[in-house]
Design a protein around this ligand. Structure first.
Ligand code: ASP
Length: 450
């Protein structure tokens, strides 16, 4: 029987989702949310597809890290692997932020003739009731986060998030990815340092669990076309065309900056550092990229990213199971770039000029907060509020920024889909570069390593 490859099925589903969403939006306008059609789309995409992906995250991450390390029987070189990985994360995120900074200063999406764009200001004040409500909600989340600043700063709070008070609690919470990675690493090295039949049985058991989780991920992906159809339809049905139009220059700046990073910087790094053909890598990552685009969540995409990288790109479990889970939480190039553009855009619309040192603070905060942002939809908005509060506006004036934050929120989903794809793609490029530097021969071509 004629059977279309999975990525084509997903792509077609994506297009049908856009059509369905547009039709619903045309018919019901702002009331689309309440209709049964949107209910069905959301059920297919969010409840079923994303729900299933989230279901496998914890056992998959744990088992792949342990199997990847303890299944090798030799633990050497992990310090080196860690340093390379972190170096890659820092480098690419910084480049991404600088691209964002240059584009937003060049395009000035919030200004006309050096003044706040009057049309945007009018658009925001016309919708201020709705926008301020949304902005305040995001603001509240951010204050929740800021209530307990860590005495040792970002590093201190990262370490605190990494060490779990209770193993079972962090294993039952998809948000505690850092502590899950920490537990998995300790377990893996613990198993490696022991010997005996019992230890081998435990290791074999975890390797078996890992194979099982990869199998289940494959089954879930068979539902991807339905899920993607639902997610796209749901998203498009809720984004009114007038919002899109008013915010178009801002959206274009974000997409342009993300595009430069995605299509030029990362492929160039793949080519120069890993000596592989970027087109082969794009092709290997198709399913993961389509999934990240439609789910707007790097965490939910993680099982698919792992599968593509191991099965299509041929990256070893040792490297992929170390670099990817860490990357999905820590390495967010698209998010870092986006935060920078969004904060500067808000400053432009509010008529606030930022000098060099303020812009530098924004760059540093974007880098740090992108590490802390969770891999879930719209997570950057909270980071944006934090940066605004620290650099751009005093606490008292933050309320004035709520309408702008709300306006950004109204068009966030589409930009979120793009930046999440950049986040996921950057993680996957990191894994390829690290794997090649460790002497691996991949399925992506390039000179033989031995
Ligand atoms: N949705 C993004 C991700 O999951 C995070 C963000 O930028 O909001 O990677």
């Amino acid at each position: 029987m004629f059977k279309l490859k999975l990525h084509w099925q997903i792509l077609i589903a994506l297009l049908f989702g856009v059509i369905a969403g547009t039709l619903i939006q045309r018919e019901f306008g702002l009331d689309a949310k309440e209709t049964v059609y949107v209910g069905i789309l959301k059920f297919l995409g969010n409840t079923v597809f994303i729900g299933l992906l989230k279901m496998v995250i914890v056992p998959l991450i744990f088992s792949s890290i342990v199997a990847g390390i303890a299944g090798r029987k030799k633990s050497r070189g992990f310090g080196r692997l860690g340093m390379k990985t972190l170096g890659y994360y820092m480098l690419t995120s910084s480049v991404a932020i600088l691209i964002g900074l240059s584009i937003v200063n060049l395009m000035k999406p919030g200004l006309v003739d050096g003044q706040p764009n009057p049309e945007l200001v009018k658009f925001m004040s016309e919708n201020s009731a709705e926008f301020e409500k949304k902005g305040e909600l995001v603001g509240k989340d951010a204050t929740g986060l800021q209530d307990k600043p860590h005495p040792l700063g970002v590093v201190g709070s990262l370490i605190e998030r990494m060490i779990p008070e209770n193993v079972f609690q962090s294993a039952s919470d998809n948000g505690s990815m850092l502590s899950l990675i920490f537990i998995s690493l300790i377990t893996a090295f613990g198993l490696l340092s022991l010997q005996g039949q019992a230890v081998e049985t435990v290791t074999d058991l975890i390797i078996g669990v890992n194979e099982l989780m990869i199998k289940i991920t494959g089954w879930i992906m068979k539902l991807a076309p339905l899920g993607v159809f639902g997610l796209m339809g749901w998203t498009i049905s809720q984004t009114g065309p007038s919002f899109l139009f008013s915010m178009s220059k801002y959206m274009f700046s974000v997409i342009l900056a993300l595009g430069i990073h995605f299509f030029i910087v990362l492929p160039l790094m793949l080519f120069l550092l890993a000596k592989v053909n970027p087109i082969n890598h794009f092709s290997a990552m198709k399913e993961a990229l389509l999934t990240s685009f439609s789910t707007a969540s790097s965490s939910a995409t993680l099982p698919v990213t792992l599968k593509c990288l191991q099965q299509n790109a041929g990256v070893s479990k040792r490297v992929s199971s170390f670099v990817l889970p860490l990357g999905a939480t820590v390495n967010m190039d698209g998010t870092a770039l986006y935060e920078c553009v969004a904060v500067l855009f808000i400053a432009q619309v509010m008529g606030i000029t930022l000098d060099f040192s303020a812009q530098l603070s924004i760059v540093i905060l974007a880098l740090l907060t992108s590490i802390g942002v969770a891999g879930v939809p719209s997570a950057s908005l909270v980071a944006i509020v934090i940066i605004l509060q620290n650099v751009v506006v005093a606490d008292a004036k933050l309320e004035g920024a709520f309408a702008a934050i709300g306006a950004i929120y109204a068009v966030d989903r589409i930009l979120d889909m793009c930046r999440t794809s950049v986040n996921v793609f950057s993680d996957s490029c990191g894994a390829v570069i690290v794997a090649r530097s460790e002497g691996e021969n991949l399925l992506l071509g390039g000179p033989e390593r031995n």
